[in-house]
Ligand binder design. Structure first.
Ligand SMILES: [Zn+2]
Length: 666
């Protein structure tokens, strides 16, 4: 590839990557998987490595830099002031009275927006290009963390619209609750200390020196203000949001232009009700006067602007007494300590339990039975114990000793060196069996709707079921004899179990709960191997050869099917008539497609992209979004561009739509 070609392809890739970023963050409608996205990025990286002169400052590859030694101090051009707080509706009405008085008869509106519980960042653009990013710090000076700000994929490296001169965008960086949960699970898995809440996780992350780790944490940012030098570029605050949206930022959709304070109050109440259902923490609503001219006129006190106020929701933290610590045993046999609390009201819900994660966490907290503790709740995540209030100790508190035996079956529970978790060693521990049954019958697995926790409990306790294969040997009489069951309900359950036999290989693999193998890998395995026999036979190398599957996952799958207990389980499930092949799509896997990688480009006449992709996948092939040496075929429709050219350069067979249609029907 010569420099001109490389330049063209790099430009096309940058455009495509930015486009997918935009769809992901702004439209919430991704068109490609994370894997495909990474492939595009890898391809761009490869080109830029070969031609370093082609790297541009706004290239998506620049989002991940190296490691920093430390952070420089950053002086804010305009101080990042904090806002006055109000804690009830009366205070909000008083704010309105003050504003009305200052406006002196002139009309104005309010803008109400969510107060995100994250950390404030200031981003500086020069002629549309991101040149600096800083934390708020004390408001006058912060840390210059440009490299880390770039890792936030919803922060445009170049604005999508031209803006001449300097522009400052302020926003709140945060970690989505779903990501926070995942990060904590990973930290716990590695035996490290989990973060107390998403805000701590976000502020800890933004100051990390290794931008690679920062990027992997997937911070996001909602912008809330725009400045051009010291002045406001737009007449109203509402226009700021429109501009930010057009410029490519992820603007929070929950905001309202309000005619008066009553509409503001309505918004505050509405959002408080929805607080738990959001994927990020909020601690209130920010109310601002919409008109920039009035903002300038109202000015600020020494502490805060007069034209804005924060309406704070009740805190998600509370102190209460820890009465006991109980140990729960999960389906992997992990012993998880849970704090039993004296029930306490927290933002409208009663909290009586809190997570303690593991043995180490209990030691780190130094928590004793009877201690007063600070607990915090974040969305629907189980509340966490933040710390012990040692000043409240009476001396009667008791140390908690973590059990060395499984509280369910009494077998030894051991903790392998360098692992954070203690597990029950009994392979037939009823707690494990129950957990596995629940997982196996879940909607994403074999989908046995009637098999709820209570029924599982009864079936296992009565020793009717020792593993998932036993489900298929149950009969109506046995089930009907259980408490609260009758012939009719028993028949219904048996019918559902019977129906689950046809769910197909993907769901069966998912139901096995192989370590690291979730929904996505189950699908990849099913598509690539077609039957359980083929999966069992596959060597680590063969598994690892599948592009989406890495060494760790390959080893885990291989190991699972070397365990005689699991092989025996497969045999018994097969004997009961459970389908062990890819679900019948009415299409046969074909040699021409199986294991082959296709790239679709250009516009096809008689298929949408998705239709063509599922036709390929149904026959055992896979679809990738970028052309590489590993591509087997490129299907080129009308107006095919750089991908077609690349295929020709690499000598990869190109199929016309007619060729492709013929191949499908052969
Ligand atoms: Zn046990």
């Amino acid at each position: 590839m010569n420099v001109d070609e490389a330049k063209k392809e790099a430009e096309a890739l940058r455009k495509e990557i930015d486009h997918h970023n935009y769809l992901y963050y702004q439209q919430d409608e991704p068109e490609v998987s994370d894997y495909e996205f990474d492939q595009l990025l890898d391809r761009l990286k490869a080109i830029e490595e070969e031609h370093p002169e082609l790297v541009t400052p706004d290239s998506p590859t620049q989002r991940i830099g190296g490691k920093a030694e430390g952070w420089e101090t950053f002086e804010h051009t305009v101080p990042m002031m904090s806002l006055d707080n109000s804690y009830n509706i009366d205070e909000l009405r008083k704010f309105d009275e003050r504003c009305t008085k200052l406006a002196d008869g002139r009309d104005f509106e309010y803008v109400a927006e969510l107060k995100i519980d994250g950390l404030s960042l200031s981003l500086h653009y020069q002629d549309s290009l991101l040149v600096a990013g800083a934390t708020r710090g004390d408001g006058a000076t912060g840390d210059e963390i440009t490299q880390n700000a770039k890792t936030i994929r919803s922060v445009p490296l170049r604005l999508r619209i031209e803006f001449e001169g300097p522009l400052e965008v302020r926003g709140e960086a945060f970690l989505p609750r779903s990501v926070f949960k995942q990060i904590n699970e990973e930290l716990l898995d590695d035996g490290e200390k989990p973060f107390a809440n998403p805000r701590n996780a976000a502020s800890g992350t933004i100051r990390m020196l290794d931008s690679g780790i920062v990027a992997s944490r997937r911070l996001d940012m909602f912008p809330y203000d725009v400045l051009s030098g010291a002045s406001k570029p737009f007449d109203t605050h509402w226009e700021n949001f429109e501009f930010l949206e057009n410029a490519g930022f992820n603007v929070n959709p929950h905001r309202r232009l309000c005619e008066g304070i009553d509409a503001v109050i309505e918004f505050c109440n509405e959002m408080e009700d929805r607080r738990d259902s959001l994927d990020y923490d909020i601690d209130g609503v920010v109310v601002k006067v919409n008109q920039a001219s009035l903002q300038d006129e109202f000015g600020a006190t020494s502490k805060a602007p007069r034209w804005a106020i924060a309406y704070k929701y009740p805190a998600m933290q509370a102190t209460t007494k820890l009465e006991n610590i109980i140990i729960q045993v999960g389906r992997t046999g992990a012993l998880t300590p849970v704090a039993v609390l004296e029930p306490v009201q927290l933002a409208g819900t009663t909290v009586a339990r809190a997570s303690l994660h593991n043995e180490d966490e209990i030691n780190r907290l130094g928590v004793r039975l009877g201690d007063t503790v600070l607990v915090e709740k974040s969305g629907e995540i189980i509340p966490q114990v933040l710390k012990v209030i040692e000043s409240k100790r009476s001396g009667k508190e008791k140390d908690f000793e973590f059990p060395g035996q499984c509280p369910v079956c009494g077998w030894d529970a051991v903790r392998p060196a360098e692992e954070a978790v203690r597990r029950c060693t009994n392979p037939d521990c009823p707690a494990k069996v129950k957990g596995r049954l629940a997982y196996f019958s879940a909607r994403k697995a074999m989908d046995i709707e009637g098999l709820g926790d209570v029924l599982i409990e009864q079936l296992v306790d009565a020793e009717h079921v020792k593993d998932v294969a036993d489900l298929y040997r149950l009969d109506v009489k046995t089930v009907a004899a259980l408490e609260r069951m009758a012939e009719k309900s028993a028949q219904k359950l048996i019918d559902q179990i019977e129906a689950s036999k046809d769910r197909g290989l993907q769901r069966l693999l998912f139901g096995f709960d192989i370590r690291h193998v979730g929904e996505r890998y189950s699908k990849i395995l099913a598509n690539n191997f077609g039957s359980i026999e083929n999966v069992i036979k596959a060597s680590v190398e063969e598994l690892d050869d599948i592009p989406e599957i890495g060494q760790k996952v390959a080893e885990s799958i291989h190991e699972f099917f070397r365990d005689n207990r699991n092989l025996d389980l497969v045999d018994r499930l097969r004997d009961s008539g459970v389908v062990m092949e890819v679900e019948d799509t009415g299409v046969e896997r074909s040699e021409e497609f199986a294991g082959k990688t296709f790239v679709l480009t250009g516009k096809l006449e008689s298929f949408t992209r998705n239709e063509a992709a599922s036709d390929i996948e149904a026959r055992g092939g896979r679809v990738s979004s970028s052309v590489s040496k590993k591509t087997d075929y490129v299907v080129a429709g009308e107006a095919a561009g750089s991908k077609l050219k690349k295929a020709n350069d690499l000598g990869i067979p190109v199929l016309s739509e007619a060729d492709f249609t013929k191949m499908l029907s052969s």
